[in-house]
Write a protein that binds this ligand. Structure first.
Ligand SMILES: C[S@@+](CC[C@H](N)C(=O)[O-])C[C@H]1O[C@@H](n2cnc3c(N)ncnc32)[C@H](O)[C@@H]1O
Length: 227
């Protein structure tokens, strides 16, 4: 999985906020926002779930992609001096070299957890990385069939390509499984504001609200599992 053959990730894209993303040749879609990949990570996921104010975040992510959301969260926790537990799912890992190039000079890229991740990327699944009180576990697995933590996550980052390109991670059935991974008070965030996504989240018992979107997007969603 560490090699470049059959690489699902193509061209690297520089975005207006100075961060990078890449094009997924397989899905014909960029991994992150072309209007600002780091900005999207911060606005939609970190701030959208309140992880930037949480004294001990426990995050579940669908899917890990290029690790932009992870690095934003790692850098924020390191800056605030709080521990982080982060569990991510990725069934089509991009080569480690693409993750490195996208991250170069960006937030979190100089953290030892990131270096350790690139070192062992794709070697085993689940892949546990632990440095001090920062813990990351990447499951190289299809999240549709993988077991999920139950009642555990303070935050859920639903970032599995768009509903149009990858409808499987947006069905009411799967969204219901995601809702059960949230701890009471936990928040799911996603950049989609599509009506069917809102309805699937609400049908899972979550309280759904729209927020202003990041650059290039009018609205995005946050959905809370009431305590
Ligand atoms: C929009 S990208 C995620 C970007 C990522 N969160 C980041 O910060 O770089 C979507 C990712 O979800 C992964 N994905 C899509 N469906 C999946 C599934 N059923 N199981 C696991 N991973 C999935 C894709 O392979 C892709 O890497």
């Amino acid at each position: 999985m560490n090699g470049g053959s059959g690489s699902p990730a193509g061209e690297i894209i520089l975005t207006p906020d100075g961060s990078r993303t890449a094009l997924s040749a397989r899905h014909g879609e960029a991994y992150g926002s072309r209007h600002g990949a780091a900005g999207q990570a911060r606005h939609v996921f970190l701030e959208g779930t309140g992880t930037d104010r949480d004294p001990h975040p426990r995050v579940v992510e669908v899917g890990f992609g290029l690790g932009v959301n992870f690095r934003a969260t790692l850098a924020d926790c390191a800056r605030r001096g709080v521990p982080l537990e982060y569990v991510a799912y990725e069934f089509d890992p991009a080569p480690a070299e693409v993750l490195r190039l996208v991250a170069e000079g960006g937030e979190g890229a100089d953290h030892p957890v990131w270096a350790a991740l690139l070192e062992s990327w794709g070697e085993e699944s689940p892949l546990p990385i632990e440095v001090g009180d920062m813990r990351l576990t990447v499951h190289f697995a299809d999240v549709l069939t993988a077991p999920l933590p139950q009642g555990w996550a303070t935050a859920l980052y639903l970032d599995g390509f768009s509903p149009a390109r990858n409808p499987e991670v947006w069905t009411p059935e799967f969204v219901g499984r995601l809702a059960s991974a949230l701890a009471p008070g936990g928040v799911l965030a996603t950049y989609s504001a599509a009506g069917h996504v809102r309805r699937a989240l609400a049908a899972s018992g979550l309280t759904v609200g729209k927020r202003p979107g990041p650059p290039g997007k009018r609205e995005c969603l946050r959905a809370v599992r009431e305590a």
